[in-house]
Design a protein around this ligand. Structure first.
Ligand code: HEM
Length: 486
């Protein structure tokens, strides 16, 4: 009892000391702070729906000038919603925050979670795998996978509302295997539905650990039931990446001389080649990069497609415009989408961008400051982690009074977009931004073109409620209905 009392006194004294020694240039404190727990009660209060809590915080931070100081337990954080300040931090500090350690049992030192020195080396080596000439070779797969999705959706046509996300997720997963990893998952015994379920559980365990600060320490977490649940789901995920890796590795080893003929290589072939030639990646590092690319390469695009179909189903006039454009560019037949068509599908691109603005699927990033960073109205202190609320950028008043409305036209009319280069942040900013941006846009555009020319989509967006599991996902009501067009 005495030890407990002493502990609480020590914590309270530490906090008092910290608050008294704050530099006057630091951002203001977020309200509702309580001793020892900091702002944890806010997260606990919103535990059932963290996304609602995060939105409330964003509104308050915006009203307080776009940058605040907050704390979870004894740890201090900055929270940023201002576009220019977020861009400054993302461009200046490339260190990921310690919370990314939660993802390491799954992703290890893959690009998303890697410590800075490892990331610098590996990102430089892997950039060529996303070169335009490599991505162009994927158009055949993007088309055949889109046709497969259209075929699979047929059983839902005319039958009322269904969960289309179940289809887009598995389809995007197969696509990333076929393109970046060079493996046909249908040739293996892999259970992709089990993979997406295990991923859902794994991401939920990361969030639960974040909301409950007493599990932040690896020592307390090691004894929790949450860790046992996480270990079981990660085992399923690693089983898939190991199977894929072994398959491609044996094909690669039997085919080394033929593989060397092309200048630019797909992701896994590039890693295997660099490893064979100069040991750039060891076996563990290869597996971690494979896990990262499977995760980053499918859950993201599948989500955006799911939201876009919901939006188009709820906005028939936008869907008809997209359909007319597709007819105009591709003609009445059923030909493949070619690379040259992509730049002509301008309305479709506007639809996708507007969808990604309205639903910022990676809503929050975090970085650790390795130096003091001067922002517009305050200075952030080195060593403190920052939460960058990307989604708040897309709800900023600079988007105009119709900020909450789905208006693809805003991307096409000069003068309707905000006059700020940091206004659109879906893929993050700076050198640590998404490596798969062009891949994502090419594959999503191709898929949507096939789906829209085949089906008339209807949906009711008003029924959508959202939750957070690292990304923003539908909680319920993410259903669409489709009718065959021809
Ligand atoms: C619409 C789709 C996508 C969105 C919105 C998106 C968004 C993002 C964001 C916001 C980040 C920064 C994450 C952070 O700093 O914590 C990121 C990083 C990353 N993304 Fe994407 N992404 C998408 C598609 C893809 C695809 C298709 C791939 C791979 C084929 C991919 C691979 C990655 C990787 C490897 C990173 C880590 C980059 C690094 O730190 O060097 N992403 N993505």
């Amino acid at each position: 009892m005495l030890a407990m009392a002493l502990f609480f006194c020590a914590c309270a004294a530490y906090w008092l000391w910290r608050r008294m020694h704050r530099k006057p240039t630091e951002p203001p404190y977020y309200p509702w702070w309580c001793p020892i727990l900091g702002h944890t009660p806010i997260f606990l209060w919103h535990c059932r729906n963290l996304w609602n809590g995060v939105n409330e915080i964003a509104n308050q931070v915006h009203d307080m000038g776009g940058v605040v100081t907050a704390s979870i337990g004894l740890r201090t954080y900055y929270v940023l919603t201002d576009p220019d300040d977020i861009s400054t931090v993302a461009n200046t500090c490339l260190h990921k925050e310690d919370l990314y350690e939660f993802g390491k049992p799954f992703l290890g030192e893959g690009l998303v979670t890697a410590k800075l020195p490892i990331w610098k080396n590996h990102r430089k080596l892997l950039n060529p795998a996303f070169n335009q000439s490599v991505l162009d070779t994927f158009m055949g797969v993007f088309n055949s996978q889109s046709r497969k999705l259209v075929r699979e959706l047929e059983k839902e046509a005319g039958k009322g509302p269904f969960d289309h996300w179940a289809y887009t997720r598995v389809n995007a997963l197969e696509s990333i295997f076929l393109t970046a990893l060079g493996v046909d998952s249908t040739d293996t015994d892999l259970n992709l539905t089990e993979y997406v379920e295990a991923l859902k559980t794994t991401l939920a365990t990361f969030l639960e650990r974040f909301a409950k600060f007493w599990w932040h320490s690896p020592y307390t977490f090691a004894f929790s039931g949450l860790k046992r649940r996480q270990d079981a789901s990660i085992k399923i995920l690693h089983n898939v990446s190991n199977t894929v890796l072994q398959k491609r590795k044996s094909e690669f080893e039997g085919n080394v001389s033929a593989e060397k003929k092309t200048k630019f290589k797909a992701f896994l072939d590039l890693i295997l080649e660099l490893s064979a030639e100069n040991g750039a990646f060891n076996d563990r590092e290869i597996r971690e990069q494979v896990d990262t690319i499977i995760f980053g390469g499918h859950d993201t695009g599948a989500n955006v497609l799911m939201y876009t179909m919901l939006l188009l189903g709820s906005h028939p006039e936008a869907q008809e415009k997209a359909f007319s454009e597709i007819q105009e560019v591709l003609g009445d037949g059923d030909r493949d989408v070619e690379k040259a068509d992509l730049s002509k599908l301008v309305y479709l691109e506007a639809v996708l961008k507007e969808s990604m603005r309205m639903f910022t699927i990676v809503p929050v990033l975090s970085r650790k400051l390795d130096r003091d960073v001067k922002l517009r109205n305050c200075t952030l202190s080195a060593g403190t982690p920052c939460f960058l609320f990307l989604f708040a950028i897309h709800k900023h008043p600079m988007w105009g009074p119709d900020v909450h409305e789905f208006k693809p036209e805003r991307w096409l009319e000069p003068g309707r977009l905000p006059d700020n280069p940091n206004a659109f942040a879906t893929f993050s900013f700076g050198r640590r931004m998404c490596i798969g941006k062009t891949y994502a846009l090419m594959s999503m555009k191709t898929t949507l073109a096939h789906v829209i020319r085949n089906y008339l989509i209807t949906a009711d967006l008003t029924k959508l409620s959202l939750k957070m599991d690292v990304m923003v996902k539908p909680d319920s009501g993410h259903y669409v209905s489709i009718e065959k067009r021809m």
